[in-house]
Design a binder for this molecule. Sequence first.
Ligand SMILES: [Zn+2]
Length: 444
Amino acid sequence: MISKASAQPSPGADTSGDSYLPHHGNGGYRVRHYDLELDYKIGPNRLSASAAITAEATQALSRFTLDFGEFRINRVLVNGKPAKYTRRAHKLQVKPAKSLALGSEFLVEVHYVGNPRPLPGLWGDIGWDELTDGSLVASQPVGAPSWFPCNDHPADKATYRVTLTTSSPYLVAVTGNLVSRYTRASTTQWVFERPEPTPTYLMSVQIGRYDDIVLVSGGVPQRAAVPPRLRRAFARDFGRQVQIMDSLQRMFGPYPFGEYVVVVTDDDLDDPIEAQGMSIFGANHVDGRRTHERLVVHELAHQWFGNSLTVADWRHIWLNEGFATYAEWLWSEESGGQSAHAWAKTWHARMKLKPADLRLADPGVSRMFDERVYKRGGLLLHALRSELGDAVFFPLVKAWAMENRHGLVTTAGFVALAERFAGRSLTAFFDAWLDAPALPPLPA
Ligand SMILES: [Zn+2]
C-alpha cells in the first residue's frame, strides 16, 4: 500500500500530503534555511518583517505555495526578481518571473507588515499571541504561519537565523543560540541562530519583562526567563531540573541542543509547551511546592522526543507524547517517588474507564492531543519494558534517540528497531498496543 505521506504532490501543490493536516505544508520544494528579520512594537502589537527563505525545488516549478497568516504583503521576490503572488485563506501562491528547474536552489523574499495574531483551528487559537505585557509564540501543530511565511509541515525541517528588534527593557528569547545583542537608544536588536534542523512549529519568540537566570553553565547550559515576582517559587519548582537533565541524558543519550531555556510567562497558560531547546510554562505552573514537577520532566523529554526526533506525519504523535509521559514516570521512580509500575497501574485503571475507540497508531486528527494518546503511549512503553526486560529496553530507547537524532520518525520505524533489539517478531505485542482500539491488559 502506498502511504499518503509518500505520495508526490503535483508541482506547486498547496498540500503536504500529511494524513491529518494535508492543508498545512506544501509540495514541490524543501526549505533549507529561514532568515527572518522582525521589527516588533509591543504596545500596538505591530510586526514589520522580512523573510528570506532558501529552498530547493524537488520538481520543476512554475509556481509554489507557502503557508502564511493575515499580513499585508509589500513585495515578494524570487532570486532577487519581483514575483507575482496571490492569496487564498492562509496560502500564499508565488509565481516566479522565471520557472525553477528541478533540483535548483532558490531564494524567496517576502516583505510584510501587520498585527500578528494566533490562527484559529481544531485546537483553539495558536501561534503568536499577546501577553498582558509582551508576547509569546506557541505553535504546535500549525501556528507558525501566524508570524512568518513557511512550509508548515514537521517533515520539512530547516535551519534559522532570527533577528528581532524591540523595546529595550524587554527580554527576548528566541529558539536558538544568541549570537549578538545590540542596544541603540530605546530599542535592542537580538540575533539568534538555530543550526539544528527544526520544524516550523517548534520555532518560538518570547518577549517579556523577565529576569535572565543562569541555572547551570557547565554541562548542558540551562537558563530561565522568569518574572521577578515568581523567582523564589521558580527556584524551588525547577530546583531539580539540572538533575532531571542528567537523568534523561543517561537514559536517552546526549541532550540534542547546545542550551536549554525555560520561560515562565507572567500570565497563566492552559498547558506548558515545548519549543526547540526551550519550554514555556505559565505563571500557574509555578507555586513553590513542586506541584508541577512532572511537567518539568515532560517538556524536557520532548527535546529528544518531538524536537530532535520529529514525526514525519502527524498521525505518529504518540511517539512524542508517549515518551514524554513515560519520562515523567521514570523520573518519579528515580527520584524516590512512586515507581513507574505504580504510575502505570494507576493510569491503566483510569484509561480502562475511557471509551475503547482509539487506535494509538492512528488516533485521528481531532484526537491527536487526547489524553489517551499520552497515557496509552506511556503504558505501551512500560509494557514493552516488561516484555523485553530493562537490559534490552533501555538500550533500545537510547538507540532510538541516537539513531534518529535530528531526523524524522514513524511508528513503523520504532517497531522495526524494537524487533531488532528483541531479536524476534513483536507483531502480537504491537498489534494489541498500537492497532487495537481496546486497552490491552498491563503485564504483571
Ligand atoms: Zn507533551
